[in-house]
Write a protein that binds this ligand. Structure first.
Ligand SMILES: Cc1cc2nc3c(=O)[nH]c(=O)nc-3n(C[C@H](O)[C@H](O)[C@H](O)COP(=O)(O)O)c2cc1C
Length: 391
């Protein structure tokens, strides 16, 4: 099960869990009808204003931690030892070894973080010298060496980035989109036009392409759900109900009074969600696939190579697209299942590359559906303070 599934149920995910229990939840996030995990979403309100007289690095961090990232693992940890510098590391315990065996997606998430950091620095009149992997790149997996050094210097001539205004508004929208409302090709073009650096971004907007991709993305999701270890990786990261979300504001958040009650009564068995023969699993499939059937177009990012730096650039580009979509009122939802590098999903991996004409030496780094939808609540975050490494 993947992170898009659990918050997605437009009708209701909860009926899955009870194996036939039906509770109409309406279209919004599950939080809408229950107790909002206020503490877990506080970092969205605490992003420090730009005129506050405090260490600019804190202003930068309070925005950068709002970046999209795989399974909301928030894999960043920073060191502020050197004045006017932020050193970024990957918190190695936050990786996803089964769905992301080479830490590619985790690195993309760190790229998203860096782009928001650079954008915020510009907003407060600071020039950034960004040094990626100053002690070398690490393959096949990341290690304890730094991911980036962010050197800051005041610079009155620096131009702010208009996308900064969207940092607090941006969301990954995992719900069903409005299928009566098409996305204009021009808007898709606007979204993909904001990527910089050496990236290639594109979109798929023709009806037959959309139809083919709806099918392929659903297949890839089913593979992930039916592969025990990849499914378990998500199930283990579920935070069920307000108390769990507040205690660990990361992973896959599932709020709701009903869900909490089931949990308390011991009726919500993670085991059932891991067992394809269980009623909970079977009843859940159509609900989980439903949002994917409402894709009204797709955007993607690919890179020429697949070095760590390429992955960072892909993250920088992806979050810019997500911010631009937000400015246009267009919802965006990454669908990574067919891009993943594990054996069972190879047919879909090959399939999506073929459909997008990805060349042998290229890597498809991000793929997301777009459409119009109700804006969800922000997702939980650890405060930036919790991400500063103490020495
Ligand atoms: C590299 C990457 C891959 C992602 N893949 C998926 C995905 O396959 N399905 C999904 O629902 N969300 C995916 N997401 C979105 C994250 O789940 C989301 O960013 C995270 O839960 C935080 O929520 P927010 O973006 O609304 O702040 C991905 C994000 C990144 C950066």
């Amino acid at each position: 099960m993947t992170d898009q599934n659990v918050k997605s149920g437009r009708r209701n995910f909860l009926k899955v869990l009870g194996g036939g229990v039906i509770l109409a939840a309406g279209a919004g996030s599950l939080f809408a009808f229950t107790r909002t995990p206020t503490k877990a979403i506080e970092p969205w309100k605490l992003a420090l204003g730009t005129k506050v007289d405090i260490d600019p690095r804190r202003i930068i961090l309070s925005h950068a931690i709002l970046a999209p990232n795989p399974h909301n693992r928030q894999p960043w940890v920073v060191d502020l030892e050197t004045e006017d510098e932020i050193t970024l590391y990957c918190d190695l315990g936050k990786r996803l070894p089964h769905t992301d065996p080479y830490d590619r997606q985790i690195t993309i998430g760190l790229g998203c973080f860096l782009e928001l950091a650079v954008m915020t620095a510009k907003e407060i009149g600071m020039n950034v010298e960004l040094i990626l992997f100053p002690e070398g790149e690490n393959f096949p997996r990341l290690d304890q060496r730094p991911v980036a050094r962010i050197k800051l210097k005041k610079d009155a001539s620096i131009k702010p980035d208009p996308l900064f205004a969207q940092i607090l508004e941006r969301r990954s929208n995992k719900q069903a989109f409005d299928i009566s409302r098409e996305v204009q090709e021009m808007d898709a073009l606007n979204i993909t036009s904001v990527v910089k650096h050496d990236l290639v971004a594109g979109s798929l907007m023709r009806p037959e392409q959309i139809e083919a991709m709806r099918k392929l993305t659903k297949e890839a999701l089913l593979v992930e759900m039916h592969t025990y270890r990849t499914n378990k990786e998500s199930i283990d990261l579920m935070r069920m109900g307000k108390a769990e979300i507040e205690a660990s504001p990361d992973g896959i958040d599932m709020g709701g009074v009903f869900l909490e009650t089931l949990g308390l009564l011991g009726q919500l068995e993670r085991e059932d969600l891991l067992n394809p023969e269980s009623a909970a699993f079977k009843n859940g499939i159509p609900i989980i696939l439903e949002p994917l059937e409402t894709a009204m177009g797709y955007v993607f990012v690919k890179t020429e190579g697949n070095k760590r730096k390429d992955q960072i650039e892909a993250g920088r580009g992806y979050v810019r697209m997500n911010l631009k979509a937000s400015a246009l009122g267009i919802a965006m939802h990454p669908l990574s299942q067919a891009l993943q590098e594990y054996e069972e999903v190879k047919p879909q991996f090959e399939g999506i590359r073929q459909k997008l004409a990805v060349r042998e030496e290229e890597t498809l780094q991000m793929f997301a559906r777009i459409g119009y939808g109700e804006k969800p609540n922000p997702s939980p975050r650890w405060n930036y303070e919790a991400k500063i490494r103490s020495t």
